[in-house]
Design a protein around this ligand. Structure first.
Ligand SMILES: Cc1cc2nc3c(=O)[nH]c(=O)nc-3n(C[C@H](O)[C@H](O)[C@H](O)COP(=O)(O)OP(=O)(O)OC[C@H]3O[C@@H](n4cnc5c(N)ncnc54)[C@H](O)[C@@H]3O)c2cc1C
Length: 376
């Protein structure tokens, strides 16, 4: 039984590849398109939490993810002092269950490659450098014209095309992401032996200075500051600005800073947030992942929430006989409040810092860990 037999998934990020793989492996004919010419070319690192790992295990890619990444089970808090003093080592909640690591750091291109390969192996037809030119729907299907000139009719279109989703606009949803007031420098580089988990330094010239091991050989390091327009900077200027901001941080940061020499590895991104009001579908077109809800990475939950959307949508589609209101009501019931709560908590953590207010950070983190420990 399945509510759909022909599905178009727009966007081959985490949400799109997970949906495509889940549906295709159950025999649904899936076209998966992505506007980028090369799926896994760009990106630094990603911190994947236990609840996301639970979904990756369900998809059958956990072993590949663990082999490509760096698992760890604790979080370090360090002071912005001359020694980078370790203040506390906190066991991380194993939100995916006791048999999964609390966290895995991964190079983004490696995760993207694993997911895209898995979707294709499951039977999805992946086309890169392709997007949707137009779509129109009636009660029984969606007619789509793609940018390569081809056309098709689908039972369902899944808009998994990220925070600036074109699908969202095509179905008349006006919600757009809003800046939260912070920006982040990120750099990808070699892992010194002293980096074996995420450590966070609160205070100093940045709100947060942190790093996450992403494999035996690699890490990504980041500095969160007040949002600034750094779009006119050259890569060399961006590197110099990140190095200058990092001067205040010591301990493992001294070794990391010494390796920050390649401008091509440094990026700057403004934090944004979005919650599209429920429902996330208009007829036979539905939004998932960052297209529907996006959070600043203060809890590192965006990827996991995208995977949870994919898992719940896939399960509901494969267990229903028809694509009717009951499917969409069940999807909203299982996903809307949970994803919204994560976005709001992620924003609150940043807002306390922007307001220089002593909020209950451990309490809020524990509440979210309890929430996402429950199966989606
Ligand atoms: C600075 C920063 C750091 C982050 N760190 C973490 C972290 O450590 N851990 C974590 O879990 N999350 C993190 N996130 C959030 C995480 O990256 C996202 O939540 C996650 O990638 C969402 O997955 P997605 O598949 O919904 O969207 P995306 O990953 O954005 O994928 C969307 C895909 O759609 C494609 N696309 C876009 N437009 C079109 C179009 N018109 N047609 C066709 N294809 C299109 C894109 O090329 C892309 O491949 C971070 C976010 C930011 C901004």
């Amino acid at each position: 039984m399945s509510a759909v037999t022909q599905v178009l998934v727009v966007g081959a990020g985490l949400a799109g590849t997970a949906t495509a793989a889940g549906l295709a492996s159950a025999g649904v004919a899936v076209d998966l398109v992505d506007v980028k010419p090369e799926i896994s070319a760009l990106g630094s690192g990603i911190t994947m939490q236990g609840n996301g790992l639970r979904e990756l295990r369900h998809l059958g890619v956990l072993d590949a993810v663990l082999a490509a990444g760096y698992p760890f089970d604790s979080l370090g808090l360090r002071a912005p002092d001359a020694a980078g003093t370790l203040l506390a080592e906190i066991p991380d909640a194993r939100t995916g269950g006791p048999d999964l690591p609390a966290t895995v750091g991964l190079p983004r291109p490696a995760l993207a490659r694993i997911m895209a390969d898995h979707a294709v192996a499951a039977g999805a037809r992946l086309r890169s450098a392709t997007t949707v030119s137009s779509l129109s729907q009636d009660g029984s299907g969606v007619d789509v014209v793609l940018s390569d000139g081809s056309a098709g009719r689908y039972d369902l279109v899944v808009g998994a095309d990220g925070i600036r989703s074109a699908t969202r606009r095509m179905i008349g949803i006006e919600a757009e992401p809003a800046p939260t007031g912070m920006g982040i420098f990120r750099a990808f580089g070699p892992r010194p032996a002293s980096v074996t988990r995420t450590d966070l330094y609160y205070g100093g010239p940045a709100y947060i200075a942190g790093y996450c091991p992403t494999s035996e050989d690699t890490l990504y390091a980041y500095l969160v500051e007040d949002a600034a327009d750094r779009s006119a900077m050259t890569p060399a200027q961006r590197l110099a600005a990140m190095r200058a901001l990092a001067q205040a941080y010591h301990g493992p940061w001294d070794e990391i800073r010494a390796t920050l020499t390649d401008p091509a590895t440094v990026s700057y991104t403004l934090f944004e947030a979005l919650v599209v009001p429920a429902p996330w579908n208009r007829g036979r077109v539905v939004l998932i992942g960052d297209a529907a809800h996006a959070c600043p990475p203060t809890l590192a939950q965006g990827g996991s929430q995208a995977l949870e959307d994919a898992a719940v949508l896939t399960e509901l589609l494969l267990s229903a006989a028809a694509l009717d209101d009951a499917v969409w009501e069940a999807f909203t019931a299982r996903r809307f409040t949970r994803a919204k709560t994560v976005v709001e908590a992620s924003c609150q953590l940043g807002q306390w810092q922007l307001d220089h207010e002593q909020g209950d950070i451990p309490g809020l983190m524990a509440a979210i860990a309890t929430l996402v420990s429950q199966p989606a």
